[in-house]
Design a binder for this molecule. Sequence first.
Ligand SMILES: Cc1cc2nc3c(=O)[nH]c(=O)nc-3n(C[C@H](O)[C@H](O)[C@H](O)COP(=O)(O)O)c2cc1C
Length: 462
Amino acid sequence: MASLTVRQLDDKLKKQLRLRAARNGRSVEDEVRTILRGAAADEDAFVPPRTEAQRGRASEADAAHILLIIGGGIAAYKSLDLIRRLRERGIAVRVVMTAAAQKFITPLSVGAITGEHPFLDLFDAHSEFDVGHIRLAREPSLIVVAPATADLMAKLAHGLADDLASAVLLATDKTILLAPAMNPNMWSNRATQRNIALLAAEHVALVGPNQGEMAESGEAGVGRMAEPLEIVAAVQARLAPDSRALAGVRMLVTSGPTHEPIDPVRYIANRSSGKQGHAIAEAAVLAGAAVTLISGPVTIPDPHGATVIKVESARDMLAAVEAALPADVAVFAAAVADWRTTTNSREKIKKSGKQAPELVLVENPDILSTVAHRKSKRPKLVIGFAAETENVVEHAKRKLARKACDWILANDVSPETGIMGGDSNTIHLVTANKVEHWPPQSKTEVASVLVSRIAAALGEQK
Ligand SMILES: Cc1cc2nc3c(=O)[nH]c(=O)nc-3n(C[C@H](O)[C@H](O)[C@H](O)COP(=O)(O)O)c2cc1C
């Protein structure tokens, strides 16, 4: 029997293995054994070798895998964004499209986003050689139908199975989450409402439909498909094993940069995208916390389920934070500008042609330190971030002591790390008595690890 040493693998592969192992809570050696066992089992089952794209998706699929059925409605175009949002969160997506769905969006665009051909046909000789529709029905953790047409819901309610989508829905033993989308008259029609009642009795879950304008001009009412992020939240709530870990906890999160005005059109800013803070707010909502997110100017969408307060400057942010207290936990992830200009001109500063204007800077209030030093209404857990470019851990230890906060999440934001504005992060958690080095992982994963640590710490305090 050949032996294999992890040390001999190339660095990229070792890094991928370490990440995968950390995600699954296994040692690297155990992870390798798991992969080998899986590959051997694949061989036994005579499964054809995976394509490059499928192999790339394997680690995602190990984490959580949903089947998305796209029905034939105008809202089908939103399912492309839905797939992207799910994949950003590490949720692998396999897709079935109905024949009608293919009139609205193409299998090509779906395939390009998922990295795998969508499944289209019940009588496909290629995927049905081993009764593929039953595998499609049984393998995912959850089945999502978005948009769920009146027709698909009627078929499911009455047990029809004359195409791939309806056959899979009938054959599954997994939870089905429907995101209905249709004209308000179709939605309120008694036949549709009867079908919804039948499906509810079968424990089929619904997200939406929402009230709003329809694609048809001049039409409005209930029938608009839930927004992709709402559907993502509903998916995550069903996939998360510990969705009540922060139930009853009031959590305050700051996120994004601040803008410090120079005049009505110019400002001082930084490169923060808000991705980390928003991911923390979203993870806390999913864990059942009542979350207030105070965000500087960002271009990313608001996390679903949080109360979002939008501010511009550091002073606005401090005022919003103080108004949002009391809270049980405060996470200060915003990249607050350290300085603002002494002048905030009411008029646009003009080029005089002589000398450039002098900008005099003055220090902004320190929000983390102000809240951590509070005598009253100090949250039980005050958590700050330290964005450093050198001596990351040493600076973070000093910051922890100086600011009197409980934890610091330190990260190296040197340009070569790509952390500022990027999708992944490498965190060093500094507390009063220890330093932990977390592996590089997505900002969403950092958020969910942090939320479980907060839940554990609050549990210990009780
Ligand atoms: C332009 C157009 C838009 C449509 N939009 C919807 C819709 O939003 N919701 C819906 O339930 N049906 C809609 N339909 C009707 C469905 O496409 C039709 O009922 C089809 O049979 C559904 O097939 P499926 O359930 O297999 O996807 C639309 C049809 C057309 C032509």
